[in-house]
Design a protein around this ligand. Sequence first.
Ligand code: HEM
Ligand SMILES: *[C@@H]1O[C@H](CO)[C@@H](O)[C@H](O)[C@H]1NC(C)=O
Ligand SMILES: *[C@@H]1O[C@H](CO)[C@@H](O)[C@H](O)[C@H]1NC(C)=O
Ligand SMILES: *[C@@H]1O[C@H](CO)[C@@H](O)[C@H](O)[C@H]1NC(C)=O
Ligand SMILES: *[C@@H]1O[C@H](CO)[C@@H](O)[C@H](O)[C@H]1NC(C)=O
Ligand SMILES: *[C@@H]1O[C@H](CO)[C@@H](O)[C@H](O)[C@H]1NC(C)=O
Ligand SMILES: CC(=O)N[C@H]1CO[C@H](CO)[C@@H](O)[C@@H]1O
Length: 374
Amino acid sequence: MVNFVNFIVLALALASPATAFPAHGSLAGLPRDVLERIIPTLQLRHPGSPPGPLKFNGTKLVNDEQHPWKALRDGDTRGPCPGLNTLASHGWLPRSGIATPVQIINAVQEGFNMENSLARFLAYAAHLVDGNLITDQLSIGGKTSKTGPDPPPPATVGGLDTHAVFEGDASLTRGDFFFGDNHSFNETLFDKLAAFSNKYGAGKYNYTVAGELRWQRIQDSIATNPTFSFVSPRYFTAYAETTFPVNFFIDGRQGDGQLDLDVARGFFQNMRMPDDFHRASQPMSGDGEDIVVNVHPIPPGRNVGGVNNYVPDPTSANFTTTCLLYQNFVNQTIRGLYPKPAEALVKALNTNLDFLYEAFGDATCAQVFPYGQD
Ligand code: HEM
Ligand SMILES: *[C@@H]1O[C@H](CO)[C@@H](O)[C@H](O)[C@H]1NC(C)=O
Ligand SMILES: *[C@@H]1O[C@H](CO)[C@@H](O)[C@H](O)[C@H]1NC(C)=O
Ligand SMILES: *[C@@H]1O[C@H](CO)[C@@H](O)[C@H](O)[C@H]1NC(C)=O
Ligand SMILES: *[C@@H]1O[C@H](CO)[C@@H](O)[C@H](O)[C@H]1NC(C)=O
Ligand SMILES: *[C@@H]1O[C@H](CO)[C@@H](O)[C@H](O)[C@H]1NC(C)=O
Ligand SMILES: CC(=O)N[C@H]1CO[C@H](CO)[C@@H](O)[C@@H]1O
């Protein structure tokens, strides 16, 4: 099958010598499932430019006729992010669960009205640690050959399920990596989300509930997970993610900050938008994070030497040193995966690192160039 696919790619390339390959136009006419198998096998795919903000940024129907929910087919991949899972199951992303950063940015903006700079930062951060930089393909779930041939280790190209580079501990509805499954919906944990919503939100999930549940999940991990780690970048994503259900899973015409639990389950478990779902009424990011953090502040840190021994880590970025979030992510996490990249990879790394820095958007924070500046 691989040879057959390579043959098609070669034939198409020869048939359209004037077109820069792989222009999507030259692949037009092929069924989507064939496309989804071909695209990851292409070499040196140049990433498209990062999309800008939406032209129309108000609310609109997004569970529409062009984007019906469909059950998973054999081989479709889903992972720890209910937002991306849902976009894939509605066809805003390729239903395979394999996508480019540009597709991800367009989908989170169009489908959920995620604010442009956050969308770009998340997409390029995830792609740099979990994606294939040569083929420009990222799995929103586990590792798969569909993202193309791997670069040499220690790079993993493991998809969003990969632990400790982006995915992390103390998630709301997913277990810690230590317990074996870091990405699947967990009914016990969702029941806890519901119980907290009943106790602190009068039956709805809101920012107050998010603050209490965030704290509880940290306490659970401190008490049971000897490898519990809660440092940057996980420290930041852990707080931001607790606001996303309020900011993105509530219908844009409702917009009262109180998320219904049946609607929440639809997204978290079934990757499904309610009928007639309209996206947020304006571009949203981590709105409400300050409320969540201030319910029970805790510095970044980890369990040391076993459970119930949470030790703060002063070298981790925190909410007053956000530049370090970007700098350590590049200088430690990414350089750890790509200590000595070969030429083609250097180009791909630098392109994506530039996109990441532009998305971070803080001119007072110096750009880091681990692979030179060309
Ligand atoms: C822009 C690209 C995005 C990327 C790369 C991304 C990636 C991720 C990853 C890797 C996780 C797992 C972190 C963990 O809990 O260990 C996660 C969690 C989460 N994401 Fe996304 N995400 C994106 C956009 C979105 C959007 C648009 C939404 C909402 C519509 C969303 C909602 C969530 C929620 C609620 C969680 C927490 C799940 C839980 O704790 O059980 N994400 N995301
Ligand atoms: C939304 O669109 C309006 C009209 O184009 C624009 O004035 C506004 O700045 C946009 N909002 C954001 C957050 O981009
Ligand atoms: C779900 O999470 C609970 C609480 O952490 C855990 O005891 C249980 O084993 C998990 N279930 C699955 C199926 O992983
Ligand atoms: C969450 O719901 C509870 C109960 O209705 C309410 O007291 C609290 O103010 C709400 N919090 C937010 C941020 O909406
Ligand atoms: C954040 O980290 C810096 C060290 O990088 C430290 O000086 C500061 O006290 C920390 N801030 C908080 C609020 O913990
Ligand atoms: C990045 O790492 C190098 C080598 O460890 C170090 O010399 C440099 O100061 C670091 N830069 C930043 C901004 O952290
Ligand atoms: C590598 C990694 O971190 N991901 C793990 C997530 O959990 C599954 C088990 O469900 C492991 O197989 C993966 O290795």
